[in-house]
Ligand binder design. Structure first.
Ligand SMILES: O=CC(=O)O
Length: 339
C-alpha cells in the first residue's frame, strides 16, 4: 500500500509508516511538495498525510481514486473538503489535542510581546540606537488586564490556565458554559460577545474557521472593542477582517494586532482569497506577526506525525481511526473510491 506524505516529517514517522505501507515523503530539508507534485505522486495512493499547506479538494480527491484515508497533521480541517471525502468514502482524521499546549503558550507569548512592545524594543536595540535606559517603549502589563477568549475549547482552557499566574481577569464566550468547578478554578466568567468586546483589554478568538466564524471580528466588532485593546489571532486569518484591522490600527483605535495566521492561507474559503499578508499589517509598528508557529515545537511535531501515522494504519486496517472527523460513507456514483 502506498501512503504519500506531502511534507517533511521526522524520520521516525516515515519509519512508523514503513511498518505497514510504502511511504513516500520529501526527504531533504524541511520541504513541502507543491500541489502539482502532490497530484502527480498521489495518483495511486491508499493514504495521504497532509499538512496546513495542502488543500484537499474535489480535484485532488478525484486524482487519487484508491484513496481511503486523509490524515491531517493539524487540528482544523478547514482546508479539507469533508463532504467530498464522505461522498467518496474516505476517512479524514485530525489531531484534536496534541497542539493544545504549544498553541496556548504561543498565545501567551504573543500577548506579552504585543503589550510589552518586545518586537519594537528588539528592533530598536538592533538598529544601534539603544544608548541605555530611556523613558521609552512603555507598554501595558498583563496584571490587572481583562482577557476575553472567544471559544472556550481545549486551547481556550489551556490559555486560561496559563494566564492564571499573571493576575489577569478572564471572560469568555462559548455556546457551552464551562462546568462550574472549572470556571471557578480558571476564574473565567461567561459573558455575551458584545460584553466581551467592550470589556476586554486583549481579545483572543479561538474558534475554528467556518461559515459562521469567517470575519467574525469585522469592522463592527472592532468598533465595539475598548480603545487601545489588542487582538491576538492564532485561529485562522479569515476569522478576522484583516483590512478592518489595518484601518483600526491606523486610526489608533486598536492598540495592537498579533497574528500567527493569515487570510491568504485559507485557500478553501469562499470568495476571492488574498494572496499575501496585507502590507498594512507588515508596515505597522504595533503588530507582531509569526509564521503559523502554533504547533512548531520539535517534540510536538514528531508526536503529531507519529499519531497521524497510527491513524493511517488504523484506517487501512479497516478500524475506526482516532481523530476521525468524517465517517466514510460511500455514495453510489461517487467515483472509483475502493471500500
Ligand atoms: O493551524 C494549525 C492546525 O489547525 O493544526
Amino acid at each position: 500500500m502506498l501512503v504519500v506524505v506531502t511534507h517533511w516529517v521526522h524520520p521516525d514517522v516515515t519509519a512508523r509508516l514503513a511498518e505497514f505501507c510504502h511511504p513516500v515523503a520529501p526527504s531533504r530539508g524541511r520541504e513541502v511538495w507543491p500541489r502539482t507534485e502532490v497530484l502527480a505522486r498521489a495518483r495511486d495512493a491508499d493514504g495521504l498525510v497532509v499538512c496546513m499547506a495542502d488543500r484537499v479538494d474535489a480535484e485532488l480527491l478525484a486524482a487519487c481514486p484508491r484513496l481511503r484515508v486523509v490524515s491531517g497533521v493539524f487540528k482544523g480541517a478547514d482546508l479539507v473538503d469533508l463532504a467530498e471525502c464522505v461522498r467518496r468514502g474516505v476517512w479524514v482524521t485530525v489531531l484534536p489535542d496534541l497542539l493544545t499546549v504549544p498553541t496556548a503558550e504561543l498565545v501567551v507569548g504573543l500577548v506579552l510581546a504585543l503589550r510589552r512592545r518586545l518586537v519594537e524594543g528588539d528592533a530598536w536595540v538592533r538598529s544601534g540606537r539603544h544608548a541605555g535606559w530611556r523613558p521609552r517603549f512603555y507598554g501595558s502589563g498583563l496584571a490587572g488586564a481583562c482577557v476575553g477568549i472567544i471559544g472556550m475549547g481545549r486551547i481556550g482552557r489551556a490559555v486560561a490556565a496559563r494566564l492564571l499566574g499573571f493576575g489577569a481577569s478572564l471572560v469568555y464566550t462559548d455556546p457551552v458554559a464551562l462546568p462550574e468547578p472549572e470556571a471557578y478554578r480558571l476564574g473565567a466568567r461567561r459573558v455575551l460577545l458584545s460584553e466581551l468586546l467592550a470589556g476586554s483589554d486583549v481579545v483572543v478568538p479561538l474558534v475554528p474557521l467556518t461559515a459562521g466564524t469567517r470575519r467574525m471580528i469585522d469592522a463592527a466588532a472592532l468598533g465595539r472593542m475598548r480603545r487601545g485593546a489588542c487582538l491576538v489571532n492564532v485561529a485562522r486569518g479569515s476569522v478576522v477582517d484583516e483590512g478592518a484591522v489595518v484601518e483600526a490600527l491606523r486610526e489608533d483605535r486598536l492598540g495592537g494586532y498579533a497574528a500567527d495566521v493569515f487570510a491568504f492561507e485559507d485557500t478553501a474559503a469562499p470568495g476571492a482569497a488574498p494572496v499575501e499578508v496585507p502590507p498594512g499589517l507588515l508596515a505597522h509598528p504595533r503588530t507582531v506577526l509569526t509564521p503559523h508557529l502554533g504547533s512548531a515545537v520539535e517534540d510536538v511535531r514528531r508526536e503529531m506525525g507519529l499519531a497521524a501515522a497510527e491513524q493511517v494504519r488504523a484506517a487501512l486496517d479497516g478500524r475506526h481511526p482516532e481523530g476521525a472527523v468524517t465517517p466514510p460513507r460511500r455514495v453510489e456514483g461517487a467515483g472509483e473510491a475502493p471500500r
